[in-house]
Design a protein around this ligand. Structure first.
Ligand SMILES: [Zn+2]
Length: 67
């Protein structure tokens, strides 16, 4: 299962408890860091390699701004 699916699952499972916020770092040649946190306090962060997931896909899923 890829990072993209994991993030989708996180968002799905925390839909009911409030707002899920995502943060995506500016991609580097080695990849980028994605973190999502929920209003309930749970967090998940993953390192994504350029091969593992498409930046624009995760970016649009989370609807967040790069730092
Ligand atoms: Zn939650």
């Amino acid at each position: 299962m890829g990072v993209y699916s994991e993030i989708q699952q996180f968002i799905e499972s925390h839909k009911t408890c409030g707002q899920v916020t995502g943060h995506v770092q500016t991609p580097t040649p080695e990849g980028y860091s994605v973190s999502v946190s929920c209003a309930c306090g749970e967090e998940m962060s993953r390192w994504v390699t350029p091969e593992a997931a498409r930046y624009d896909l995760i970016f649009s899923t989370l609807l967040c701004s790069p730092n």
